[in-house]
Design a protein around this ligand. Structure first.
Ligand SMILES: O=C(O)c1ccccc1N[C@@H]1O[C@H](COP(=O)(O)O)[C@@H](O)[C@H]1O
Length: 206
């Protein structure tokens, strides 16, 4: 099966349209004010509205207030929620919306148990643990921590680049790759050549 690609952290319509033209499966919009990639609801609505059919929009939150999540769902075309904080499963499933749960991987993280805990998620996203940074750090983690026992689609994130995407697919065999920093020209600004190379390398490896 083809490995899907999500590119996260868009702040400009032009960059998201460029990714769509390159064949990206999903784009991520960050609703987390401390992030340099944070978008307003208005910005997100413009980006989402501009996209063609069949490119999914993923709204990323970090321990956000339910009121913010509901407001985003009311005002922005969102296909999937991404919970990137410490949200328990019961808080992820109250929105009547497909969701993915991000896990910041540490040596003792039990991915098999987490797949059971978040059994109704559309995927489990495995990212690097970086003290003091919730995500988008550009850091990777030890892929040997990822078990082969899988009951959910595994989305690999954390420090991915066009240079390591092929190796990541061969080593982990994930359902999808999720990249942010590795295809940027600057924080929140995507680099068209890097996005093209990332998608090309992913397609070549599958
Ligand atoms: O992109 C961000 O700024 C961000 C902020 C808070 C939580 C998650 C964030 N992004 C997610 O982080 C991972 C890895 O990103 P990177 O490729 O290592 O930069 C990815 O899942 C993004 O969706």
């Amino acid at each position: 099966m083809r490995t899907r690609v999500k590119i996260c952290g868009f702040t400009h319509v032009e960059d998201a349209l460029c990714a769509a033209n390159l064949g990206v499966d999903a784009i991520g919009l960050v609703f987390y004010p401390p992030s340099p990639r944070n978008v307003s609801i208005e910005q997100a609505a413009s980006i989402s509205r501009a996209l063609p059919a069949f490119v999914n929009v993923v709204a990323l939150f970090v321990d956000a207030a339910p009121a913010l999540i509901r407001e985003v769902l009311n005002k922005v075309r969102v296909d999937c929620l991404q919970f990137h904080g410490d949200e328990p499963a019961e808080d992820c499933r109250i929105y009547d919306k497909s969701y993915i749960k991000a896990i910041r991987m540490q040596a003792d993280t039990d991915v098999v148990a987490l797949q059971q805990q978040y059994h109704d998620a559309a995927g489990l996203l495995l990212d690097a643990y970086h003290p003091g940074v919730q995500g988008g750090s550009g850091s990777g983690f030890d892929w040997d921590l990822i078990p082969t026992t899988r009951s959910l689609p595994i989305i690999l994130a954390g420090g991915l680049t066009p240079e390591n995407a092929g190796e990541a697919i061969k080593a982990v065999k994930p359902y999808a790759l999720d990249v942010s920093s590795g295809v940027e020209a600057g924080k929140g600004i995507k680099d068209a050549a890097k996005m093209a190379a990332f998608i090309r390398k992913t397609n070549q490896a599958t």
